[in-house]
Design a protein around this ligand. Sequence first.
Ligand SMILES: Cc1cc2nc3c(=O)[nH]c(=O)nc-3n(C[C@H](O)[C@H](O)[C@H](O)COP(=O)(O)OP(=O)(O)OC[C@H]3O[C@@H](n4cnc5c(N)ncnc54)[C@H](O)[C@@H]3O)c2cc1C
Length: 420
Amino acid sequence: MRPHDIVIAGGGIVGLATALQLQRRNPRLRIAILEKEKLVAAHQSSHNSGVIHSGIYYKPGSLRATNCKRGYDLLLRFCRENGVSFEICGKIIVATAEGEREQLDKIYRRGIENGLRGIRKISPEEAREIEPHVRAVEAVWVPQAGIVDYGEVARKYAEIFQKNGGEIFTGQKAKAVSIVRRNAVPATHAGGTAFRHMNDGVVVQTQNQEFEANIFVNCAGLYSDKIARLTGEKPDLQILPFRGEYYELKPASQHLVRNLIYPVPNPNFPFLGVHFTRMIHGGIEAGPNAVLAFQREGYSRWDLNIKELAETLAFPGFQKIARKYWRDGWAEMLRSYSKRRFVLALQRLVPEISAEDVIPGRSGVRAMACDRAGNLLDDFLILTRPRIVNVCNAPSPAATASLAVGETVAERVLEMMNDE
Ligand SMILES: Cc1cc2nc3c(=O)[nH]c(=O)nc-3n(C[C@H](O)[C@H](O)[C@H](O)COP(=O)(O)OP(=O)(O)OC[C@H]3O[C@@H](n4cnc5c(N)ncnc54)[C@H](O)[C@@H]3O)c2cc1C
């Protein structure tokens, strides 16, 4: 096969957005995406809450904050230009007890620092005007939050990328990556790739094919740490898979929620807490919780991959996390097995809801990078080495921010090519 300029492993929303941004900057680039599944966006990118995040929660100046803000604008423009349905419905973050006011205030001030316009603190009465069934002692109204189907967004990225000459190879699992030395090929060689092929290159081996390129980009989500190691990177981290399970409101109970209702997140726990989400194609979901998955792509409680679970349990960072968060982790685990406990968490936000109102729904697995010291990495992490870019951590809001993250990765790739 003719060499590509760039090979990307991972056809999730981040890999696809990266490909699109590279193609926009230089339409002559030959880009291939390798995706191990039969379809693109089969994992995190289509198993999420579908919320267009405003960027209220993230540390000002962090990659998450800056990419969320820029990604938000790029995503909305993309959806408008390409007929992808979305809705900016706004959300409320609700303090349900006096003790949560301080944390709610911190989030509000962070939103202001992050430049969010129109956010405001609201009284319980105002909260009930927005969400008539909510219980609040105080709330924050975030007008710019919205909803979209990220699976659909990702498939649209793929469609445009392919229409413009990009290639997606599905059913191709990257298994080995090596830097090879090869002879220089003049810029105007018969293949006519946009960039001069360099002396060295990268060969990506799948189960049955070899792909040659100048630059390799790893966007493998739940397996990004493993692929990074294949490239020679030695990141001091491991991906821990945290499953998020949802319930759905029965049609007769959907009047209890209009749009998006979030709790004040526990500052000691790195997840947002179970919330209510209206879905863009109809229906209301409640969730997701956060429980350790016994397999990286373990969507059900019964999915178990002994090797992957053993790797998780043996990782010193996980052991530290287990000690640090054991109380919250245990509560989440119980909630996973007990509908009654899950509903109790929902009742804090909407007291009228009962177990009869909800049925079990789908689930998703988050890729959370954890270092050896037991810190779940808060920010996006993109590591570069010669000819290689590894996207090692792209947690929420990476779907919202995908076009901005793609832009950042694309710029690093192009810098690398220009340096040759
Ligand atoms: C429960 C849940 C709720 C979330 N809610 C939101 C939300 O509301 N808003 C938001 O912005 N974000 C949300 N997120 C986060 C968001 O979904 C992710 O940050 C984003 O989808 C990450 O995209 P990705 O392309 O990095 O990963 P993925 O979508 O997981 O894509 C990685 C791809 O790499 C492929 N792959 C892996 N290994 C290989 C290999 N060896 N060779 C080839 N291909 C490989 C996989 O098959 C997969 O398709 C949520 C995530 C979860 C799990």
